[in-house]
Structure formats: structure tokens, C-alpha cells
Design a protein. Structure first.
Length: 134
């Protein structure tokens, strides 16, 4: 049976199918022309750990690189290693990074109160500055 990838990156989605059955997909939002927010990465359980999620996320990361955008996402604890493998870092890691400016922060809360433990960020290496909208 053949595999196929269907992507409409302008709509923020890509799918991997085996025959007519969708086995993996990724969905994302394009925010503020400078950031992509991944909202969903799903791989059917029997197809996990075979590289299909990595393949789709690599497609989204290449799209982000071409459009000079960072990628922000919130991860379940079970997927943290997956995102770290792809080069994502916890958002708190960038707290004092001069390349990153955080926007839309609540003035009544401190930074740590607004950032979740499972918030991750990927910045293409060639991006010198990025604004992250929370």
C-alpha cells in the first residue's frame, strides 16, 4: 500500500495517508505574520515511532523557515521528548534571550505565571529577532 502526503500549508494543515486512511496529521495557525502556532499533531497509535510525525513536523518547520517564522506549541508530557528531538526548547529557556520579545503579556502577572511548563518554541537559526504572541 502506498503512502501519500497531502498539504495545504496556507490553510495550516498536512496529512499523511496510507492508501485512503489518514494515519497522521498536523494542524497549525499562522499568527501575526511572524509566528506559527501548532495546534495538533496526531499519529495513529500503531504508526507511532516510525518517523511519520517527524516527517510532517519537518514540513511545517521548513515552511516556517521559508517564511521567517518561529513555531510555538503546547505539548502533552508524553510528547516532550519528540519536540526536543526536533529542536524545540521550552519557552522559559528563551526568557532572557535578546532575540525574543514576548507580546500580549498580562501586566498583572509575572512571566512565569503566564508560561506553562509544556510551552515550546522553535526558532529558525537565521531568525535574528522574533516576537512571540501569547
Amino acid at each position: 500500500m502506498e503512502f501519500s502526503i497531502t498539504a495545504n500549508l496556507n490553510k495550516g494543515e498536512a496529512s499523511l495517508c496510507k492508501g485512503k486512511i489518514r494515519i497522521a496529521y498536523v494542524k497549525f495557525l499562522k499568527d501575526h505574520d511572524r509566528q506559527i502556532t501548532v495546534t495538533d499533531v496526531t499519529v495513529e497509535s500503531r504508526y507511532r515511532r516510525k518517523g511519520y510525525g517527524t516527517m510532517l513536523m519537518s514540513l511545517v518547520m521548513a515552511y516556517a523557515r521559508l517564511n521567517h517564522q518561529a513555531i510555538f506549541l503546547y505539548s502533552l508530557s508524553s510528547a516532550i521528548e519528540f519536540y526536543e528531538f526536533l529542536g524545540f526548547k521550552r519557552l522559559k529557556y528563551y526568557k532572557d534571550d535578546p532575540r525574543v520579545r514576548f507580546a500580549n503579556l498580562n501586566p498583572d502577572k509575572n512571566f512565569d505565571e503566564q508560561i506553562e511548563e509544556n510551552d515550546f518554541l522553535w526558532i529558525p537559526p537565521e531568525l535574528e529577532k522574533v516576537s512571540i504572541f501569547l
